[in-house]
Design a binder for this molecule. Structure first.
Ligand code: C2E
Ligand code: CA
Ligand code: CA
Length: 392
């Protein structure tokens, strides 16, 4: 996406929203360089102001029409609605792909909606029907095709970034970026696969953490740990060894565990979980409220944190019962001395609702989508800058 606006504050806000939606973005403050940048960068989306000193937006629209651009164009301006409507009509008559207009001040949710609409994920053909086999996943790990995306968690009391969750992706040479739902269930069916996948994800995450630490950013790190691995007595030592290798303090590591029904040997599981805790790692119970994640685990196992499943959080604003489950889970967690995290926060209203409930942390598309390490560092800088300037 290319942002053409001489107002730096607005450009940076837009850029942050775009990054949170996983859209790569460039800001152009000097509209005189528009054509040069447009031709080298080839954006899919252009967000532009109509009124800029010296160059006017209409001129840019004409130029884009001459260049036969098919980028989605969104006009942003503080001008009256009818002027903006005319500009959009003009663009359409020039056969440009006009996505509409946004009025200043900018409303975050409408920008997000436009981005999502324009970027209906263009997956390569065949990706949907690709069903990986054991060998495919094994080779993917060996060939280093796994990548880690990160999603920030926000401390609802302070508004500060509290930590990151590592979410694995498979950068398939033919089918593009594949999501965990398409290969984790298979990997979980074979202990050795989920085992090597997990250590790979942990190692990549620790390596990325080292580069963030060099820039002075030190955040908690949450890793998804399949319950299948909780029967390996060597697990706590293996994890600890990796933490030492990267000089990562165990108290910054959160292990998110989803009960999968595989915890058949409860005393063995308990042994391993307790040893992880003794080594100062934190344990989180993932997808709380669904399937096997149940109350019984809460009082039997040494967890530090509960993650309210996103199925409740997503519906909290439209479904009374879902909202009630969120409220009860926060209270339950707190009365047991646990921190409570909500995942799947997609709008301001839900974010505020959870803050009012006293929920400790939030995670979701409203804050930021899972993104790659390189984009994440930009997002972190801009989030922190914004927090300092404008408060929560
Ligand atoms: P999870 O641990 O419950 O992770 C949260 C999922 O919710 C992620 O999906 C994330 O992208 C998605 N999400 C976050 N915020 C929102 C939101 O606001 N709205 C909606 N609709 N969704 C949101 P993802 O990345 O596709 O991961 C799916 C599942 O795959 C994870 O669920 C986790 O169970 C598993 N997984 C991911 N990475 C690993 C891994 O390294 N190891 C293991 N064992 N499992 C993994
Ligand atoms: Ca998780
Ligand atoms: Ca979850």
């Amino acid at each position: 996406m290319l942002i053409v606006d001489d107002d730096l504050r607005i450009s940076r806000l837009l850029k942050r929203i775009a990054l949170a939606s996983d859209v790569e973005t460039l800001i152009l403050n000097d509209p005189h360089r528009f054509e040069e940048i447009y031709l080298t960068y080839q954006p899919n989306i252009i967000l532009m102001d109509l009124q800029m000193p010296q160059v006017d937006g209409i001129e840019i629209l004409r130029r884009l029409a001459e260049l036969k651009s098919n980028a989605a164009i969104l006009i942003i301006s503080g001008m009256e609605k009818n002027v903006l409507e005319t500009a959009v009509d003009l663009g359409r008559s020039l056969k440009l792909n006009m996505a509409g207009f946004l009025n200043k001040p900018i409303d975050v949710d409408s920008v997000k909606k436009v981005l999502v609409k324009t970027f209906v994920s263009q997956k390569p053909a065949g990706a949907e029907s690709f069903v990986p086999t054991y060998d495919d996943v094994k080779l993917a790990i060996e060939r280093d095709e796994l990548v880690v995306f990160y999603q920030p968690l926000i401390d609802l009391e302070t508004g500060e970034i509290d930590g990151l969750e590592s979410l694995v992706r498979w950068q398939h040479p033919e089918y593009g970026l594949l999501f965990p739902d398409s290969f984790i269930p298979l990997a979980e069916g074979h202990v050795e696969l989920i085992d090597s996948l997990t250590y790979r994800v942990l190692e990549i995450s620790l390596r990325d953490d080292v580069s963030r630490r060099r820039k002075g950013v030190e955040l908690k790190l949450a890793i998804n740990l399949s319950a299948r691995l909780l029967s390996d007595l060597a697990l706590p030592d293996k994890i600890e060894k990796l933490l030492k290798k990267y000089d990562f303090s165990a108290s910054r590591l959160i292990l998110e565990i989803t009960e999968s029904g595989a915890m058949d040997d409860a005393s063995l599981t308990m042994d391993i979980l307790t040893r992880l805790r003794v080594k100062n790692m934190r344990l989180s119970i993932d997808d709380f409220g669904t399937g096997y994640s149940s109350l019984i685990q809460l009082y039997r196992m040494p967890f530090n944190e509960i993650k309210v499943d996103k199925s409740f959080v997503l519906k909290a604003m439209t479904d009374k019962e879902a909202a009630e489950i969120c409220r009860i889970t926060v209270d339950l967690g707190h009365s047991l001395g646990l921190e409570v995290v909500a995942e799947g926060v997609e709008d301001t209203e839900t974010y505020q609702f959870l803050t009012q409930l006293g929920c400790d942390k939030a995670q979701g598309y409203y804050i930021c989508r899972p993104i790659e390490s390189s984009r994440l560092s930009i997002w972190i800088d801009e989030y922190n800058e914004d927090l300092q300037l404008n408060g929560r």
